[in-house]
Each structure stands twice: as C-alpha cells, then as structure tokens.
Write a protein that binds this ligand. Structure first.
Ligand SMILES: [Zn+2]
Length: 286
C-alpha cells in the first residue's frame, strides 16, 4: 500500500489544520482544513486504484444503491435542476461513474437526452446494458485515452467527486470530454457551512478516510470548478436541501476564472459547533 501526502487540492498550499474532534468519528484518521483557502480534504491518500478497489469491493453495495427511495429522489432533483437551467432534450450526456445507470436511464426516458455511461465496474456496465444504455467499461482517463468520441454536451459527476483520489484529475478529464460550449453538473451531499443535516457520526465514518477525501462548501465547489476550467453558472438552493448542485460552463484551457474559498476559522468553527450539537444525539446510547 502506497500512501502519499497531498497539499490542498484547491490552492496548492500545504499548511492545514485538523478538523476539530474529527478523530473521534474516523477511527483516529485526520481530515484537514487548508488555512489559506478553507478547503476540507484528506491529506494522506492511497493510489486511485486502491481507493477505487475499496469502493468496489467493500463499500459500494453496502452503503449505496440506486434502488433506495432517497437516491431515486436526489437523481430526479438533479435531472430537474439541469433541465431547468441548461436543458437536457437532445443533449449528448455522459455520467462519470454511471453506476447502474439510474440517472442516465431517467434522463434518456423522460428528458430526451442521448446518454452514454463511463463506469469502471463490469457488473454495473452489464446492468446499464440490460437497460439498453451504452457504456464504456473503464475509468474516465481510460475512456479519454481510448480514442472514443469526446463530443459531449454535458458531463455529470453525481455523488462521486468527493470519493476519488484527485478531484482535479476527474474534472480535467471531464473538461476534455466536452464540446467547447459544453456544461458540467456536479452534485454532492457532503456539503459544509450549512445547517447540520444529521449527527456528525453519520457524516464521518470509520471507513478509510481517503475513500471520502473532499468536503465541499458552495464556495469551494464553485472554486474547484473554476480552477479546472469551468465557469459556475447555476447553484441550487442548497440551504433548503441535503444536496449541493452546481452547473458550470466549459471555458478554454488557460482562461482564468475568478474564485474565492472560505475563511478556515469559519470552517473550523462549523465543525466544532456540529460536534457539540451531535453530542446531544449520543445521550442515552449504551
Ligand atoms: Zn487551500
């Protein structure tokens, strides 16, 4: 197992402070806050393949399935949000980490999109094919290197960006797959600087910390998109929902897009308050 220490993925600085009390929830694994831009990230990570293998072999089936009502509901929310902002009808859409194809099937059947999945798991690809959906079995990097068309109108990264080894690599790969006037939609449930949606025990876990290396706020998700060549255009009413969803437009490589991060002390304070609030839910536990 090879473990590397990463600087902040957003601004590149390497002067973080630990999220307060985090080791209490993570089996003693640290998660950090960048003192310069406020981004929350896991500093020590294994290789992309080792992280992906942990997801495929240990975590995926156990904690996530698109058959859950809550998962179906959030995919419908994203479809409605994208359709109402940049439109889906007639668009060529790829989903990076398409899973069993639930989102692609939804937007193909009900929103008139032309869809194509990119998915590393053979089992998931077979599930997509069984639904009549085309897909490429492999990572986004392998798809990009395969010579297959890179002419998508929209790339979707749904509840996935926070779980890869490098969010910048994933967004760069998505950038390369899109037409010049293409869009990206990113959705995450790991949002911060919002009302606490659940006790902190349910937010962090004792799973390997690098399987969930990033925690985004509205600012840092838009900022991450900006440093990867996307201009954020639409953001959902994330205060009202459990999800943070951003639609952004592709800009040419090398074009600087303004961004701002968070005050790291505000992020520190947010987790400290959440920890105190979560202690109420532990009362009465045996
Ligand atoms: Zn930073």
């Amino acid at each position: 197992m090879s473990v590397k220490v990463f600087p902040c993925d957003l601004c590149g600085h390497d002067d973080p402070v630990e999220v307060p009390y985090v080791r209490f929830y993570t089996n003693n694994q640290p998660v950090h806050i960048c003192r310069k831009c406020g981004f929350v990230y896991v500093r020590e990570r294994r290789s992309a393949k080792e992280i992906a293998d942990t997801w495929s072999n240990e975590l995926f089936g156990e904690i996530y399935t698109s058959a859950w009502p809550a998962v179906k509901a959030r995919l419908l929310y994203v479809a409605e949000f994208v359709d109402s902002t940049v439109g889906l009808k007639g668009k060529r859409v790829t989903e990076i980490g398409g899973g069993e194809g639930a989102f692609l099937e939804l937007i193909s059947r009900h929103y008139g999109a032309e869809v194509f999945g990119v998915e590393p798991s053979g089992q998931n690809c077979r599930a997509m094919n069984a639904k009549g959906l085309e897909c490429f079995q492999g990572t986004i990097e392998e798809y990009a290197a395969s010579g297959n068309p890179a002419d998508f109108d929209l790339a979707a990264i749904l509840w996935t960006l926070e779980n890869c080894m490098s969010c910048r690599d994933m967004l760069a790969a998505a950038h390369g797959l899109l037409k010049d006037d293409g869009h990206i939609v990113v959705a995450t449930g790991s949002r911060i600087l919002v009302p606490f949606k659940k006790p902190l025990d349910y937010y962090f876990s004792a799973n390997p910390a690098d399987t969930h290396a990033f925690r985004f706020s509205a600012n840092t998700l838009r900022a991450m998109l900006a440093v990867c060549g996307f201009a954020p255009l639409h953001i959902n009413r994330y205060i009202d929902t459990d999800y943070l969803v951003v639609v952004a437009g592709k800009r040419p490589e090398g074009v600087e897009i303004e961004w701002k991060g968070d005050d790291y002390l505000a992020v520190y304070d947010f987790f400290e308050r959440w920890h105190k609030e979560s202690l109420h839910y532990r009362t009465g536990e045996t």
